[in-house]
Design a protein around this ligand. Structure first.
Ligand SMILES: [Zn+2]
Ligand SMILES: [Zn+2]
Length: 369
């Protein structure tokens, strides 16, 4: 028996319950999770803002140790330390062939279904009810059976909490800068929203050599953290107009790049207004369905500005997660600084409410057996 945090009813607290794991099939890997980050989509599932099949175990950024592998699994052995990718790819569809595995036509519906690629469930509660696993993972658990495609080996010397958040928050924020923008040495960039994703964007801008990096966040602790991690300026949007402040800091021209990590439509518009001619806005915040963004149409011809979105780092998680962890090992990407709270699995609901209140840059659940 092992334990998991389960969302049975949208809006209700997660229920900690004993679960039974099914058999390890040919392409399965059984893992013991050691750490799990908490990300906005996990909370959106628990609150019902994002509708998924229930009951479900949330959690899609985790790290742990392999306990067992299916008969067809190669390259993984019990005892291996691993992280996980929250998207899986077929390698054969048009998106995969174009080098966009994060948009895989098969992978996205599969992870959204909460079921394994074979359509079945692997986890059962004491009443025998099958439990879905968010993103084929469900990392808010002590153990799980996950598809081989989701598993990424990591070096033994990387702490599990660091590896966990590399799998979504860090990949999303840093990947948007590294893979979806053309930030260069000397660029100016503004980052709206400085949780784990935004702080990772700040750090990636610093890695590349951007010389003006402006962090915008209403929470003082997050602005201070952004300044420690590479921002050259920090703006509190509740005390002054963020667009005006960015223009002042960029000789009145506006920034070269903006990264939008909040998912709030009015902030997307601010990001647009904060970049200058030829400026690029990359959005990665998760906006509620139905919200819309209005843009000044004349600027679409007169400024050569562009608006792009980035999903899950816009790259190859299998290449990018190990790259981010290598940068961490070299001391060039201090991922651990973004973890502002650690919780036991028993306190998972406190972690959810702290995330909702915006207290943490990143909260991580540490499993203990
Ligand atoms: Zn594909
Ligand atoms: Zn995530």
């Amino acid at each position: 028996m092992t334990r998991a945090a389960v969302s049975y009813t949208p809006g209700a607290d997660l229920a900690l319950t004993e679960v039974e794991l099914g058999e390890v099939r040919a392409h399965d890997v059984k893992v013991r999770f050691m750490a799990s980050g908490l990300c906005h989509t996990d909370v959106s599932i628990a609150t019902g803002d994002m509708s998924v099949a229930m009951p479900i175990i949330p959690g899609h950024e985790g790290a742990g140790i392999v306990e067992d592998v299916g008969s067809a699994v190669s390259g993984l052995r019990p005892g291996d330390h691993v992280a996980f990718t929250g998207v899986i790819a077929c390698g054969r569809c048009r998106a995969c062939e174009r080098g966009l595995p994060n948009l895989c036509e098969w992978g996205l519906p599969t992870i959204m279904s909460g079921r394994h690629p074979d359509g079945d469930l692997r986890t059962f509660d004491p009443s025998g009810t099958g439990l879905h696993q968010w993103a084929c993972l469900g990392t808010l658990a002590e153990r799980a059976i996950v598809p081989e495609r989701s598993v990424i080996p990591i070096p033994d010397d990387v702490p599990f909490d660091v590896a966990a958040i590399a799998g979504c928050g860090v990949l999303t924020g840093a990947g948007a800068v590294l893979n979806r923008s053309s930030v260069r040495p000397g660029s100016s960039a503004v980052v709206f929203g400085c949780g784990g994703v935004g702080l990772s964007a700040v750090q990636a801008c610093r890695l590349i050599g951007a010389t003006t990096i402006i962090a915008v966040d209403p929470v003082r602790a997050k602005r201070e953290l952004a300044l420690r991690l590479g921002a050259t300026h920090a703006i509190d949007p509740t005390s002054r107009d963020a667009v005006e402040a960015v223009r002042e800091l960029t000789d009145g021209r506006g920034a070269d790049h903006a990264f939008e990590c909040t998912g709030v439509a009015t902030v997307v518009r601010q990001a647009w207004d904060a970049v200058g001619v030829d400026g690029t806005v990359v959005t990665m915040g998760i906006a509620p369905a139905g919200s819309t963004v209005e843009l000044p149409a004349d600027e679409l011809w007169s400024t050569e500005k562009s608006l792009r979105s980035s999903l899950y780092g816009s790259g190859y998680p299998r290449k990018d997660i190990p790259l981010l962890l290598e940068l961490y090992r070299q001391g060039r990407l201090p991922i651990e600084e973004m973890i502002t709270a650690r919780y036991a699995l028993d306190d998972v609901n406190a972690a959810v409410s702290d995330l909702k209140s915006g207290r943490n840059a990143r909260g991580v659940i540490l499993m203990n057996d």
